[in-house]
Ligand binder design. Structure first.
Ligand SMILES: Cc1cc2nc3c(=O)[nH]c(=O)nc-3n(C[C@H](O)[C@H](O)[C@H](O)COP(=O)(O)OP(=O)(O)OC[C@H]3O[C@@H](n4cnc5c(N)ncnc54)[C@H](O)[C@@H]3O)c2cc1C
Length: 311
């Protein structure tokens, strides 16, 4: 793991709901991922009122946890949308969703970020097993990728770096975004159809559940109710890595289910990420109702409506 001091190099607003922020610093010379980025995640440490905390690389998590909540800033999880340059000039791009209706330290920071602003990032170190990539379709022929705007950077990289398969792949990609202006170019792949779902005034997750249920042929059940307003923990509250979020992948089960490391039995693989109610609802249908083997699906809650993340 690499704990890097980074500065904002540029800020862009590619579409209404996103800020694309380029972060760089000489320590990124030691950043590296074996193979494709896919959905590579990392932790971003945002400054508190007193600036960035002093943390040692070996024990940054426990050092950070021991600091007073009011001053230590916040830790949030993001996807590496792209990597530019090399050596000491390496930069990473991060696409932040600007959810200004429900404030959070991550989106607030991105909204006001300016060139020169400092952050800390916990990233994979070149040459050491870093983890943080879940997309692993193996030899599956039929792919299903589903996500909302927080999963769009990962879906983009997954499509860009999709490994070739003898005999080709077919697939369906469903992306729910806040509005039609957020639709962007995704890499075109023969046999893989992309469906954009602008949410407009509908509830988070509703358009994508409806579209996936029509695609797979199940009757959608209502989404679980969002947390009532005011249920959010204070920004930067106690840490814990996504402990209350759905996270069911072929290699990890937050529910404590048996994890089976086996190849796909029927050529299908699904990757689903975004708001946790949407993810949980789709999992119930795919695994519970349609009987998709759990080792062929990765379901990941990236955020929860009405609740501030802990990390
Ligand atoms: C593996 C992984 C990869 C991720 N990659 C990205 C990424 O590349 N880009 C990205 O923007 N996010 C990404 N996320 C999601 C991001 O970590 C969460 O959205 C996080 O809650 C943002 O923190 P915050 O401080 O802005 O809001 P929080 O302090 O966590 O929440 C404050 C309030 O904002 C609401 N909220 C949080 N996120 C959203 C949202 N997206 N839309 C509407 N309301 C929201 C909460 O429900 C809460 O009411 C990723 C998460 C994971 C686990």
């Amino acid at each position: 793991m690499l704990l890097a001091h980074l500065r904002v190099r540029s800020v862009a607003r590619p579409t209404p709901s996103f800020a694309r922020i380029e972060l760089g610093g000489p320590q990124l010379a030691d950043f590296g991922v074996e193979g494709p980025l896919f959905d590579q995640r990392f932790k971003l440490l945002l400054p508190g009122p007193g600036g960035l905390p002093q943390l040692s690389e070996e024990s940054w998590w426990s050092d950070y946890s021991a600091l007073p909540e009011e001053t230590r800033g916040a830790v949030r999880t993001y996807t590496i949308a792209d990597v530019l340059g090399e050596g000491a000039d390496t930069r990473i791009l991060v696409d932040f969703v600007l959810h200004s209706g429900a404030h959070g330290p991550g989106s607030d920071w991105a909204e006001h970020a300016a060139v020169g602003d400092e952050v800390l990032a916990a990233l994979p170190r070149r040459g050491s097993a870093g983890g943080g990539i879940e997309f692993d379709p193996g030899d599956a022929e039929r792919l299903l990728l589903v996500g909302d705007e927080t999963a769009l950077p990962a879906i983009h990289q997954i499509l860009r770096q999709l490994p070739e398969r003898e005999g080709g792949r077919t697939g369906a990609v469903f992306v729910e975004v806040p509005c039609a202006e957020d639709i962007c170019d995704l890499p075109a792949i023969d046999g893989v159809e992309v469906t954009w779902l602008p949410r407009g005034d509908r509830s988070v997750g509703e358009p994508v559940i409806e579209a996936v249920s029509a695609h797979l042929g199940f009757a959608p059940t209502p989404l679980p109710a969002a947390e009532p307003a005011g249920a959010s923990e204070p920004a930067g509250a106690a840490l814990g890595a996504l402990d209350d979020m759905p996270w069911e992948t072929p290699t990890y089960s937050a529910l404590g289910e048996e994890v089976i490391d086996a190849p796909a039995v029927d050529g299908r693989y699904a990757w689903i990420a975004g708001e946790s109610g949407m993810v949980t609802t789709l999992r119930r249908h795919l695994v519970g109702e349609l009987g998709m083997p759990r080792h062929q699906v990765a379901f990941m809650g990236y955020w929860r409506e009405g609740v501030a993340m802990r990390a």
